[in-house]
Design a protein around this ligand. Structure first.
Ligand code: ADP
Ligand code: TRP
Length: 327
């Protein structure tokens, strides 16, 4: 069975973009692949989170992963720092990663521009650590969004380079897992594009019904269509894109028709959209509440996940040490 792996940095609560863009697909993959899903807490240290915030955010992601349908019985769910073997591989792989290529990484350049006072070595070698997450588990497929594609290309380059230097066929090159037609961009409610944590335009999996209603009712719209069958401006298309994700066919058709014959009332559309979003979010939210405070359960999931992940991780590091010449 092919191995799938993905990680997410613990930087806050998960939103509908994370759910429809990533999690929902992960849930479906669990029956067809040997899946590894982990919380990339080492990676989050580049921004020096407060220890208590780090602890809470790891717990949040773990509980929100599970409540969204990732199943610890089917998949290996773990916290990166519970598998310290990756640190040794990271140190070893850093010897073959060149400053020039690391400095040219798009994510590095962007972060360095945003925070010129915190251009640390961990940020520079972010892609090396991510490559090690993948290579240490011998992953075949990595489901990634557009922003992570370059990191995956670098993973392949580091794998090839290691094989070349030591004259071995050891690391295999992982492939980006594309959801093709399922890969959607979930828009925000403020008309500025993608839903994201940093843009503060999101609906979160922990939002209460009344918060969801309030956010949707406040979504940006325009003054309405002026002639039949007009193309939709972006702010309106965004609402329809969300509807496509959460509403029934008949509801979508109803509002499409109303748009086309100019009888649409945005207030009605938003009310319906809010209820349909609630239908998706409410059961997940209630599940999150059940498990977030169950420390014993979360600790057990993390411990058992780490135990499983460490078997392959230790094997990889041992083999790499031998290839390098540590006997
Ligand atoms: P954020 O943009 O909120 O910081 P992350 O970068 O942590 O989110 O994203 C984690 C995962 O969720 C990625 O795989 C990304 O592809 C997916 N994702 C995040 N936002 C969206 C969105 N608006 N639409 C689709 N997928 C998204
Ligand atoms: N860099 C990824 C992000 O910012 C998170 C991540 C860390 C990851 N290690 C990974 C994703 C390994 C996939 C595979 O979203």
């Amino acid at each position: 069975m092919e191995i799938v792996l993905s990680g997410i940095r613990p930087t806050g609560d998960l939103h509908l973009g994370n759910y429809f863009g990533a999690l929902r697909n992960f849930v479906k993959m669990q029956d067809d692949y040997k899946c590894n899903f982990f919380v990339a807490d080492y990676h989050s240290l580049t921004t020096h989170p407060h220890p208590e915030d780090l602890r809470i955010n790891v717990k949040k992601i773990l509980s929100q992963y599970i409540a969204s349908g990732l199943d610890p019985e089917k998949s290996t769910i773990y916290v990166q720092s519970d598998v310290p073997e990756v640190c040794e591989l990271y140190m070893l792989m850093n010897m073959n990663a060149y400053i020039g290529e690391l400095e040219r990484t798009a994510s590095f350049k962007e972060k360095a521009r945003q925070n010129p006072d915190n251009v640390n070595a961990g940020l520079l070698t972010y892609a090396v650590l991510m490559a090690c997450d993948i290579l240490i588990q011998k992953a075949d497929k990595v489901p990634v969004g557009k922003d992570q594609e370059q990191h995956l290309e670098m993973t392949c380059r580091f794998a090839r380079r290691f094989n070349n230097i030591y004259g071995v066929e050891y690391f295999k090159e992982p492939k980006a897992f594309s959801f093709s037609k399922d890969l959607i961009k979930v828009p925000g409610l403020d008309g500025t594009g993608k839903m994201g944590k940093s843009t503060n335009n999101g609906i979160y999996l922990i939002d209460e019904d009344k918060d969801i209603r309030k956010k949707v009712m406040k979504a940006v719209t325009d003054s309405g269509p002026t002639e039949p069958n007009q193309a939709k401006p972006e702010v309106i298309q965004n609402l329809f894109t969300l509807m496509d994700l959460v509403s029934d066919r008949s509801t979508i058709e109803h509002f499409e028709n109303a748009w086309n014959d100019c009888s649409i009332r945005y207030g009605d559309l938003k009310k319906q959209l809010a209820e349909d979003i609630i239908r998706t979010v409410a059961p997940i939210r209630e599940h999150i509440k059940d498990i977030y405070n169950d420390d014993a359960y979360l600790e057990r999931v993390a411990r058992e996940g780490a135990e499983k992940a460490r078997v392959q991780a230790a094997k990889t590091v041992k083999e790499v040490r031998q290839i390098i010449g540590f006997k």
